[in-house]
Write a protein that binds this ligand. Structure first.
Ligand code: IPE
Ligand code: IPE
Ligand code: MG
Length: 238
């Protein structure tokens, strides 16, 4: 729960889905749906800062999204650059620490440089941790964690029998945020699409039909209200 408000989950992860459907419904091309999604991102980050969340994870590009038409992939890469140009200063002023979680391979150098700059600029901020999942997959993340742990074992730095859940958590992309309280998916599909597989083990899942470009603070608050109606038991009897 957030430090100052017991009714707010501290860590929220969002699968931002439905940009294409938003555009198709309006007879527009899919790309205009992605563009429109920027408003939802800006509003959600502002709300998350004001709610004093510890962490907000946004699923922006999955390891599976490379399967889309090249023109859409290219757009998503250049749009991420645009978005950083537009918002990084504001987020920095608001104390947001931006971090990109995912593999670096395949990301155009210009975008990667911009992502690195944003991480460098905001790295010491102590406000909201904004974890942007980019070229991210939950399974690749666990594979990368396994490799890092195996390297330590091979180097004689780690006893295999000492490996426990904490060891895995400490080797995730954001080791300081090894779990989320609430995961929201927009646009009505009821699946996790390879997002935060380890980190949502005990999250409450909220699925809303609202398409991502229409998602605003009020929808975030509705998801939080739904979260508060749930009884979290963690396997115990409560
Ligand atoms: C989410 O919207 C954005 C990304 C996956 C990059 P979609 O593009 O998946 O929108 P739909 O699911 O086709 O409506
Ligand atoms: C998940 O949405 C990935 C992101 C939101 C970045 P997708 O639209 O790619 O997921 P599927 O294809 O419906 O599972
Ligand atoms: Mg989709």
């Amino acid at each position: 729960m957030s430090e100052n408000n017991p009714d707010i989950p501290r860590r929220i992860a969002i699968i931002m889905d439905g940009n294409g459907r938003w555009a198709t419904e309006r007879g527009k091309d899919r790309i205009s749906g992605h563009r429109e999604g920027e408003k939802a991102i800006t509003d959600t980050v502002r709300a998350s800062v004001e709610l004093e969340l510890e962490a907000l994870a946004l699923y922006a590009f999955s390891t599976e999204n490379w399967k889309r038409p090249q023109a859409e992939v290219d757009f998503l890469m250049s749009f991420n650059e645009e978005l950083l140009d537009l918002r990084v200063d504001e987020w920095h002023e608001r104390g947001v620490m931006i971090r990109f979680l995912g593999r670096r391979e395949g990301i155009p150098k210009r975008l990667m440089d911009k992502m690195d700059e944003a991480m460098e600029l905001t790295g010491k901020n102590t406000g909201l941790k904004l974890n942007v999942a980019y070229n991210y997959g939950g399974r690749p993340e666990l594979v990368d964690a396994a490799k890092a742990v195996a390297r330590k074992v091979a180097a004689g730095e780690l006893d295999p029998d000492a490996i426990d859940e904490d060891t895995i958590s400490r080797h995730l992309y954001a080791p300081d945020v090894p779990e989320y309280d609430l995961m929201i998916r927009t646009a009505g599909d009821v699946r996790v699409s390879n997002f935060m597989l380890w980190e949502i083990a005990y999250a409450e899942l909220v699925f809303t039909p609202v398409l991502w470009p229409d998602f605003r603070r009020q929808h975030l608050m509705e998801a939080i209200e739904e979260f508060n109606r749930r009884t979290r038991k963690f396997g115990a009897l409560i």
